[in-house]
Write a new protein. Structure first.
Length: 301
């Protein structure tokens, strides 16, 4: 396999302990920086959204269905007012937070207080759309609001997969993203207590995740999480921030407005604007545009 690259974001996967564990490491600095630029997020909102985007990408990239989509919704009682992250089956993501500009004091240890921003009363919900009539939906109560712990709880409780996860976003002094990413370790049936104990020890003793990513890169995450455990890399795939909105999709949304309401908008003679929550693109429609959409909708009725 080719060497690691810092020029783009990626997910690297490996197996270890003679097939008894799987591990994925994601590097996502550019992805989270793009989200920060789109939504103009505060440092704590950048960290919360970034962690969720990483979690969604790790799960989405693992889906086998080509046109599948995965959505993570975090609904807590904190001032961020919820987080949404969507991934396709390649691991490309998009997302937003309810309140991107919140500003909270740092925790006593000097870290961003994501747990308070998200809140601890609420749910962590994953919805998988693989082309069936209804998506598969699993949900667990929030554990801490710190997201990695909640992600781990979801995998363990809802999907019955023993897992360990780390997610981190390092925000620079100018509020740009200096490092972002995470890891996900999952144990296969047959993994014994000694392997579990070794993983727990390694994760407990490892350096801060964002420091590793910032200074040494993804390869060092493998080295620390799987210290003294044999492993080999099996894949490396590029990921990033990607939105699928378009003027055509915005037009379809307008065409679905109740005809009487649409007629009222046309009569007012004012432009209307449709915004995308994921990338903040604005699509402007004139009264003439709406007349054409109204006629098009009549033909399809």
């Amino acid at each position: 396999m080719e060497g690691f690259s810092a020029s783009h974001d990626e997910i690297i996967r490996a197996t270890g302990a003679e097939g008894l564990l799987k591990i994925a490491v994601i590097t996502a600095r550019n992805t989270v920086q793009r989200a920060r630029e789109i939504h103009n997020t505060s440092p704590v909102a950048s960290a919360a959204l970034g962690r969720t985007l990483c979690a969604a990408s790790l799960l989405g990239n693992a889906m086998k269905e080509e046109n599948a989509a995965l959505t993570i919704r975090i609904s807590g009682d904190g001032p961020i007012r919820g987080i949404v992250a969507v991934s396709d089956s390649e691991g490309y993501v998009r997302g937003y937070v309810g309140q991107p500009h919140i500003d909270l004091p740092l925790r006593s240890d000097g870290k961003l207080d994501v747990g308070t921003a998200v809140g601890r009363n609420g749910s962590f919900t994953v919805s998988r759309d693989i082309g069936l009539k209804e998506p598969y939906v699993g949900s667990v109560e929030l554990v801490s609001g710190e997201i990695a712990e909640d992600f781990t709880a979801y995998l363990t409780e809802s999907e019955q997969i023993p897992s360990a996860c780390g997610l981190g976003v390092l925000v620079d002094t100018d509020t740009s993203i200096k490092a972002a990413g995470g890891f996900l370790v999952q144990l296969m049936p047959g993994a014994d207590e000694s392997l579990i104990a070794k993983l727990e020890e390694n994760i407990f003793l490892m350096d801060q995740l964002t420091t590793i990513l910032d200074e040494d890169g993804a390869e060092a995450v493998f080295a620390q999480v799987l210290k003294d455990i044999e492993y080999h890399l099996v894949s490396r795939e590029e990921i990033g921030y990607r939105c699928f909105c378009s003027r055509e999709r915005a037009s379809e949304a307008i065409a679905c407005i109740d005809p009487a309401d649409l007629d009222g908008m046309i009569a007012e003679g004012k432009n209307i604007e449709v915004g995308c929550q994921f990338c903040d693109t604005r699509y402007v429609f004139t009264p003439e545009d709406m007349v054409q959409l109204r006629k098009k909708a009549e033909k399809t009725e």
